[in-house]
Design a protein around this ligand. Structure first.
Ligand code: AKG
Ligand code: FE2
Length: 199
């Protein structure tokens, strides 16, 4: 059986440092597109150190009938998630208009996902994507995922600028730590954490 090896600590460090530059650019463009006065608004929410969590996934094949989930439908509790699909085996699917869309693989492409904390901070202007991983019938799949996370002690919520006339508050102000707990609990109950955060 195929045994994937984990990338070394040095390689992961270099990879996440390089991707961080791209993430900062994306966060800046996202703030600009919302016309936020401070284009570093989202970046500044991270404070001194950007929390980055890495997950290296290996999904064994499964020939059991019906779709077998490598990962059940969920959205991430991050601000932004960056996925690199290691090989040519598909499996990641996104929910769009009640349909599951297969994400094509391309090892040269970084997939950018909006996470729940961004949905909350943008007052719902950016929607976190619901996704799942379906096991391939014959082949294993690997992926490397970087989650850009806020300090658990941080309080977040939509900024005043996004709550002006005609834009009602969609999400409560909350502590990141409480959101992480609610997200985990909701996932175990087959619900979405983001609903817990609604105003
Ligand atoms: O393996 C993937 O492509 C996605 C994994 C994922 O959604 C997650 O770890 O939250
Ligand atoms: Fe995910």
């Amino acid at each position: 059986m195929f045994k994937p090896s984990l990338p070394s600590k040095e390689i992961l460090h270099e990879y996440s440092t390089r991707v961080k530059t791209v993430v900062k650019l994306i966060l800046r463009v996202m703030a600009e597109s919302l016309n936020l006065e401070e284009t570093d608004y989202f970046i500044s929410q991270f404070g001194e150190k950007m929390g980055i969590y890495c997950r290296c996934c290996h999904y064994p094949s499964s020939s059991r009938p019906g779709p077998v989930f490598g990962l059940r439908p969920h959205s991430d509790n991050s601000v932004i998630t960056i996925i690199s699909q290691g090989g040519d085996v598909e499996g990641l699917e996104l929910l769009k208009d009640d349909q599951w869309i297969k994400v094509p693989t391309n090892p040269d492409v970084l997939l950018i996902m909006v996470g729940d904390l961004m949905e909350i901070m943008s007052n719902g202007r950016f929607k976190s994507s619901v996704h799942r991983v379906v096991a391939h019938r014959e082949r294993e799949r690997i992926s490397t995922i970087l989650f850009y996370m806020l300090d658990p002690e941080k309080e977040i919520g939509p900024p005043e600028e996004l709550l002006k006339e005609g834009s009602p508050r969609m999400y409560r102000d909350l502590k990141v730590k409480d959101y992480i707990d609610a997200h985990l609990k909701s996932y175990s109950e087959g619900k979405r954490g983001i609903d817990w955060a609604k105003a």
